[in-house]
Design a protein around this ligand. Structure first.
Ligand SMILES: NC(=O)c1ccc[n+]([C@@H]2O[C@H](COP(=O)([O-])OP(=O)(O)OC[C@H]3O[C@@H](n4cnc5c(N)ncnc54)[C@H](OP(=O)(O)O)[C@@H]3O)[C@@H](O)[C@H]2O)c1
Length: 472
């Protein structure tokens, strides 16, 4: 029942929106039998004219899309039937220039182009197929499309779903080999937004995996969005460039898509070390003299030098952001903060909205089963979330991730499990009803639900720049 409801709703929504989305809907189905069943259902939508008026408004897309699908020779028996209906009514000529024109006139990033490329790959490179003959990379590639990314002030786009790597590495005693396998699996699943940091001590692993993928021709540099962060021990204007260069060297990249200041409290540390110096009683040695404004100016130099496409902030409060906005030449492209249904940070997000700063939410699942979990119940096991998941025929994680991206909050989750990665990717084919969004809004527990207080750095909350003492 859940599955039928979900697919029926999905297909009718897609069929009402556009042809390329119809095709996407079909391609997202997992098994051949599902594809066959719903291809017929889609065919009947199309025949009944429910999608046709939309198709007529976008003839170029149709012309471009379907013959490529045809040449890709999908084996699904239902699909050719649908294509035949479309062929009779619409297929005329096929030119790539149509795609380009469509792209330009509609000011879309690239959904049609992306699908087209994927289909090309599908027909020429069998490695992109999974066991059921489904093109594995399709969903991942479409996440770089218009529906599933946000534009940044740098002119680039950030995928709404990010693959966090915080605990893929030494922070959880994971070996480089294990971390590399998890990151590779993330790319296999189609994630094209990787979130790392010097502090995670795993940039070199990401660099190796990306290097392998790029040299094997499986990925182009511009197809993946890479974020890394300046560590608290690098929080000084004289240290920014050296840390940026170290990160690039480890990542084996000539630029990152986004460079963030990880945390606004400066800590003292040895050159190139992310672990801060501590006193004998375990308190961290801080540097309260650091000027965040001057550090920001050093960040701007990284953009000017071509090492970072965009720069932003993480864990800053509204007062600290205002200070940066007063002095900046390049505005912060993103604020990365903890956001999930228990800890929604509405005031800070509204503040960012007023200043056109997109918000990237970390720990979107409430960091279940991590050592950081708060005293609150595990978000992913909240009764309201479980009930909603059952109603939509989705997993709790999918509901929680969808909740953020539907509000245009970039969600950066972590998983080391390929099954869960794949599950988490499937959130762009359904939407939560307004009443369900409200239900989730009501789960907000405010500050008490903050997981990442950073208080494991003993004494941090006594520092003048500690961000979480401020109201928001
Ligand atoms: N800027 C900052 O200061 C900051 C701070 C914290 C985090 N971050 C970033 O945000 C990322 C995510 O944060 P996080 O890992 O703390 O929180 P999270 O993504 O909310 O939770 C991760 C946990 O959820 C589990 N999980 C993932 N998918 C699941 C699913 N479908 N069903 C059930 N469980 C699932 C994972 O287990 P499995 O691995 O076993 O699947 C893992 O234990 C980090 O990796 C990092 O990149 C940034």
């Amino acid at each position: 029942m859940g599955e039928d409801y979900r697919m029926g709703e999905l297909l009718s929504n897609y069929a009402r929106s556009s042809f390329s989305n119809c095709i996407k809907a079909l391609c997202m189905l997992h098994t051949n039998s599902q594809r066959e069943q719903y291809a017929h259902q889609l065919g009947s939508y199309v025949r009944k004219g429910k999608a046709m008026s939309r198709l007529r408004q976008r003839p170029q897309t149709v012309e471009v899309m379907w013959p490529k699908m045809h040449t890709a020779s999908f084996s699904t028996p239902g699909l050719p039937a649908v294509l035949k209906v479309l062929e009779n009514k619409h297929a005329t000529s096929l030119k790539d220039s149509h795609v380009a024109k469509y792209h330009q006139t509609k000011n879309l990033t690239s959904t049609p182009v992306v699908i087209l490329n994927c289909i090309r790959q599908h027909s020429s490179n069998k490695r992109v197929l999974d066991n059921s003959g489904f093109p594995k990379q399709l969903i991942g590639l479409t996440t770089m499309g218009d529906m599933t990314s946000l534009s940044l002030n740098s002119g680039s786009r950030i995928p709404l779903l990010g693959f966090g790597t915080g605990s893929l590495g030494p922070l959880t005693q994971m070996s480089d080999a294990e971390a590399g396998r998890a990151i590779g699996a993330g790319l296999e699943c189609g994630f094209r937004h990787l979130d790392t940091a010097a502090f995670y001590r795993n940039e070199h692993v990401i660099g190796s995996v990306l290097g392998e993928w790029i040299s094997a021709g499986k990925l182009k540099r511009e197809e993946v969005f890479v974020t890394t962060k300046l560590p608290p021990t690098g929080l000084h204007e004289s240290k920014v460039e050296a840390w940026m260069l170290r990160s690039l060297e480890r990542l084996k990249l000539s630029y990152v898509d986004l460079y963030l200041i990880h945390f606004p409290v400066a800590m003292l540390g040895s050159d190139g070390e992310v672990a801060p110096h501590t006193t004998e009683d375990g308190r961290v040695r801080f540097d309260p003299e650091v000027s965040l404004e001057k550090v920001w100016q050093a960040m701007e130099k990284q953009v000017k030098a071509g090492r970072a496409r965009a720069i932003g902030l993480s864990n800053f409060n509204s007062t600290q952001i205002s200070r940066i906005l007063k002095v900046c030449e390049i505005r912060p492209a993103v604020l990365q903060i903890e956001v999930n249904a228990y800890h929604q940070q509405r005031l800070l997000r509204e503040f960012c909205g007023r200043h056109q700063i997109p918000v990237c939410g970390y720990a979107p699942l409430g960091a279940p089963w991590t050592p950081f979990s708060s005293k609150l119940p595990t978000l992913i096991e909240d009764q309201a979330v479980l009930a909603m998941a059952a109603r939509y025929g989705r997993s709790p994680a999918q509901i929680l991730l969808r909740y953020l991206v539907q509000q245009r909050v970039v969600a950066v989750f972590k998983s080391a499990n390929p099954g869960r990665m794949r599950e988490n990717m499937q959130i762009f084919d359904f939407s939560l009803k307004p009443e369900d969004m409200k239900l989730l809004d009501n789960l907000d527990r405010g500050k008490e639900a903050r997981i990442y207080t950073m208080k494991s750095f003993i004494g941090v909350d006594e520092q003048p720049e500690y961000p979480f003492n401020a109201p928001f």
